[in-house]
Design a protein around this ligand. Structure first.
Ligand code: FES
Length: 114
């Protein structure tokens, strides 16, 4: 089990928008919605496109290339053409800092929602 990694302060994240972080070889799409932070893999499962450049709506993000929507909570692809989920990463806010648990994405896509 690895130590959570600090990404930034919560106040540095724009509310309702996505930011990309590259940390230890992980490409992350980080979305703040109010006091909640969601972290998913930044690479669309359909092609190598950065999801953090997509639009946020409710708790989904839309791929800027072909429009597939992904659930920020589960990483599930909600609309075509993408059919595979993107990885999700557990995140917490501690004393105003956003922490993320990095892991091999392969571990998570089969783990299901918790
Ligand atoms: S690259 Fe994301 S839906 Fe095609």
């Amino acid at each position: 089990m690895s130590e959570p990694t600090r990404l930034c302060a919560l106040v540095e994240l724009p509310d309702g928008a996505a930011e990309r972080f590259d940390v230890d070889g992980h490409r992350l799409c980080v979305v703040r919605l109010g006091e909640s932070v969601y972290v998913i893999g930044d690479r669309c499962s359909h092609a190598d496109v950065s999801l953090s450049e997509g639009e946020i709506e409710d708790c989904t993000i839309e791929c800027p290339k072909h429009g597939s929507a992904f659930d920020l909570r589960t990483g599930a692809a909600l609309s075509l053409p993408a059919v595979r989920p993107v990885p999700t990463y557990r995140s917490t806010v501690v004393d105003g800092d956003v922490l993320v648990e990095l892991h091999d994405p392969a571990e998570v896509t089969s783990a299901g929602a918790s």
